[in-house]
Structures are given as C-alpha cells and as structure tokens.
Ligand binder design. Structure first.
Ligand code: SAM
Ligand code: SF4
Length: 488
C-alpha cells in the first residue's frame, strides 16, 4: 500500500490576482507551470496548499494591502498547521519585484517572493520551500529567510518564456473563448509618474514563432479571440525565424493567418509607437477589432511635458485622425491621470476638452499617485488630495456620459457578437461586441462559441442588449462547439 505522505496528496493552488490583464495572464501561466507538479485550482484560500498573491504596484497602498493580506493568510496558515497541514504562501508580481527581501523581513512566514521575470523558477522555489517546511520549524525557516533562495527577483531578459510551458489545453478550455497573450514586457519610456520601468524592467519582445505557437495552442483549445498584451504593446519589436525584425502591425498580419482565430485585440499602447504598419493593420484586417486603447494621460502640453510623455496634445489628436481615416468605425479608449504635480485648473480644463474632442467609448481615470523612486515623487508642486478628488469626479462624470452615449449610439445597429457564456437570467447569453461592450441577449445555449449578428435594442450603463438577426449567416463557430457536437 502507498503511504499517504503529504507530498503524495493532490495539491491545490489559489492565486489572488491584483492589477492589470498582464497579471491575469501571468497568473494563468503560473497555474500552468504548477499543474505538472500536481497542483490544481483551489476554490479559495481555505482549501489551498499553496497561495500566491500576484501583486500590482502601479498605485500607492499596493504594498500595504499585500502586507495586510499576508497577515490574514498567516492566520489561515496557523489554523492549518494546528491540524498538521501544510500551507505555503508566496508573493509574486510587481510588489514582489519592488519590495524583494523587505517582504520576507516584514513577513518572515512568507515562503517565496518571485518577481515577474522569474516565474519559470516557481516550481523549483515551491519544491525548496516544501523541503524547508519539512526540515525546519517555522521560526528557523523564517530566520533563514534571505539566505535560502526564497527571493527570486532577477531580470534575466525574457528567458522565462523559453521555459514556461504552453497554456494547458484543459485549463484553456475552462478559461473560455477569449485569452490574453503577452508579447512584450517592460518599458523604456520612463514617464515620470510610472513604476513600470523599475518593476518590469527594460522593454523585451518575444520571438514571433513563440507567439504564433502559443496562439495556435490557444485556438486548438477553442479560443476565438486573443488580446495581445504588453505594458507598452505597440513598442513590440520581435524577430521572426529568419531573423527579420517584426513590429506589432506585422505581427498582427501574421496572427490573422492563424485558422480559427477570429478576433484580435491589443493593449496597452503608447501614442509614440503607433506606426504606419499598425495603422495599416487596422485598415486591412477584419479580425483586428475596431477598438483602440490609446492613453493620453492629460490634455495639457505643459503636463504632458512634465510627465515625460514625449508627445503633445496635437500629436495625439493628429494620430487619432490618421487611425480614423484607416478605420472609420474605430472606438477610442484612454487612460487619464488627474492631479499630476503642477496641474493647474487650466491644465485640467485642457484634459476635459481633449476628452470632449475625441469622444471616448471607454476610459480609465486615475488620481495621480506618488510612486517612490519615480521623478514625479520628487516634484515639489504636488496637488492637494481634495483638489485631485474633485477633478477626478468631474472627469469621471464626463467619461461616464460619453460611455453611455456610445452605447446608445449602437442602438439600431447590427454588431457581430461573440457569444461567450450563459447569462444571469434563464435563457440569456452574454457576449462581447467588437467594441468590447458586454452584450446580453436571449439565445439558445448551443450558440455559445459562435459569432452572431446581433441587432442592438437597448443600452444600459455597463452593457447593451440585443437580439439575433435571424436572416443573416453566423460568422463562425468555435472548436468548443465542435467538441460539444461530438459529445454524446
Ligand atoms: N503604457 C501605457 C501608456 O503609456 O499609457 C500605460 C500602462 S500603465 C501600466 C496603466 C495606466 O496606469 C497608465 O496609463 C496610467 O493612466 C495609470 N498610472 C500609471 N502610474 C500611475 C500613477 N503613478 N498614478 C496614477 N495613475 C497611474
Ligand atoms: Fe509607464 Fe506606459 Fe509610460 Fe511605460 S509608457 S513608463 S508603462 S505609462
């Protein structure tokens, strides 16, 4: 009979993800990397053997939130230890990168701290942590903190992608019809408010063949829509198998040739990296959705300069004109920061005016958050909190109206909707429009995994409603549906 040692038991992994889509992607890849080592998904922290906090450092209080979450998790661990059970706790992501050994110093019970470029070392770090647990008492383990290789925060280029496994088929099927695919990491722009160049490192791009292989694996598992990710995704500069330089525009043309891949998106872009090839891809590729997230941050040239954005308001507006010429139905999305040091009322009015001029289908608005180590943090002309809060409210009111107006303007139009899942109400399905809007409609379940022409009949605050246009052919059917049809 096999002895029921703890290491022989099936193990469960719970990842709590903070922040952006890149962290969502990273969490999935970490889960994929741990699967061959016996870790399947836990339903929550209480039934996990390994908990990872995949953290974000973009705005303040991120680190404090992590330390308070660690305190809570340590209580769960104490209960589990009292029952003789093992629970490992790790911190990954940008707080791990930024705080490194400080995390182990302040929270000695943490078993591993892994920066974003070192995820391929996760299985070996977990194995080491388990050995430590079995070999040492918790206190001894804690005091051995930084000597025992618990902290992995090196920046070894983009080597991790050579070692991380392709997304697992079963996990991809479970994750649904849309997927993220990181093509580029890091940033060399050094906007004066932003920590990304410090936490994610210099800009690096994955090779084309690796990206195509990953896209094909996703499609093979039923994915119909892929969003290419990068902190500065349109700075992508990979090489193909013949050693030729490939930009994001060219990469999109190549991905559009992947059979079964129906929709492509990419995020997040910098206005300076929107080149002709990328604009041409918007003109030529039906698969590239007519939606562009292009942050401007501020409408004031003085603030753009202080932010080190390296473009003006006029540059940004001219760029949108060029994109709209190539793809007239494109919907714009943006990021805005209010209260950057030195922002006057007049500067803020310029931000409101650029928002009115562009007309956004969606927008993300942020209060400036001083990040230690960035040039912005050292600026002496910080804007008082109440002023920032008041500006944020005004900007939010404006973009909310624009988003609602965009939804209303879709009423009466027929949009191709990717039907993704069952809706909340019986008989209802949920999907996505080309403009990334959530769409609800009444339709039979077997249509999940197809793209249907849908007439939009109403628009709410966060979603639109429609009905399938029955006299038009559906656009495509996913592998999921073919799998469903084959099942008895
Ligand atoms: N690369 C993109 C660009 O150049 O616009 C932005 C990526 S950044 C990870 C996402 C967004 O977070 C930014 O567009 C910005 O609006 C916001 N952000 C970054 N640092 C911030 C800070 N210190 N305070 C407030 N918002 C910030
Ligand atoms: Fe941060 Fe984007 Fe600026 Fe890079 S380009 S420093 S990611 S805001």
């Amino acid at each position: 009979m096999t002895e029921n040692k703890p290491e022989n038991k099936p193990k469960r992994l719970f990842i709590k993800t903070y922040g952006c889509q890149m962290n969502v992607y990273d969490s999935d890849r970490m889960a994929d990397a741990m699967a061959p080592h016996g870790y399947s998904a836990a339903s929550g922290p209480e039934d996990a053997d390994l908990i990872l906090l995949n953290t974000c450092h973009i705005r303040e209080k991120a680190s404090e939130k992590v330390f308070s979450e660690l305190g809570r998790l340590n209580e769960i661990r104490a209960e589990r230890q009292a029952r003789g059970e093992e629970l490992l706790i790790g911190v990954t992501g940008c707080v791990a990168q930024a705080e490194g050994e400080e995390i182990v110093r302040r929270s000695p019970e943490v078993d591993l701290v892994v920066g974003p470029q070192a995820y391929h070392h996760l299985p070996e770090l977990v194995a080491k942590a388990r050995t430590r647990h079995h070999g040492l008492g918790a206190r001894e383990a804690a005091s051995a903190a930084t000597r025992d290789g618990r902290v992995a925060t090196d920046f070894p280029g983009i080597e991790k992608f050579d070692h991380l496994p392709l997304p697992r088929r079963e996990a991809t099927i479970a994750r649904g019809l849309t997927a993220f695919l990181t093509v580029q990491e890091g940033c060399d722009k050094f906007c004066s408010f932003c920590v990304v160049p410090y936490t994610r490192g210099a800009e690096v791009s994955r090779p084309v063949t690796q990206i195509i292989r990953e896209a094909e694996a996703l499609v093979e598992a039923g994915v119909m829509e892929i969003t290419l990710l990068g902190q500065n995704v349109n700075a992508y500069h990979g090489v193909d198998d013949r050693g030729r330089a490939v930009g994001l525009g060219d990469l999109l043309y190549r991905l559009a040739d992947v059979d079964g891949l129906e929709r492509l998106r990419y995020t997040t872009s910098h206005p300076r990296d929107m080149d002709d090839a990328l604009i041409a891809a918007h003109r030529d590729l039906d698969k590239l959705m007519p939606y562009l997230h292009l942050p401007v941050q501020s409408g004031s040239d003085a603030i753009l300069k202080a932010m080190n954005r390296r473009h003006t308001r006029a540059d940004y507006l001219r760029l949108i004109e060029r994109v709209k010429k190539a793809r007239p139905d494109i919907a714009m999305s943006g990021d805005f920061i209010v209260g950057f040091p030195g922002e006057t009322d007049a500067d803020f009015e310029e931000t409101l005016s650029i928002v009115r001029e562009v007309g956004y289908a969606s927008a993300f608005t942020f209060k400036y958050s001083s990040r230690p180590g960035t040039p912005g943090a050292g600026m002496t002309n910080q804007v008082p909190e109440p002023v920032k809060a008041e500006r944020l409210d005004r900007l939010l009111a404006l973009v909310t109206t624009q988003m609602r107006d965009f939804g209303k303007a879709c009423v009466g139009r027929t949009l191709d909707v990717l039907l993704e899942r069952k809706g909340r109400m019986p008989g209802q399905l949920g999907g996505r429009s080309p403009y990334l809007q959530a769409v609800h409609l009444e339709a039979p379940e077997h249509l999940i995994g197809t793209i249907q022409p849908v007439e939009i009949i109403a628009a709410g605050n966060n979603s639109i409603q429609g009905k399938i246009v029955t006299d038009k052919e559906p656009k495509s059917v996913s592998v999921h549906e073919s799998i469903a049809l084959l099942q008895p």
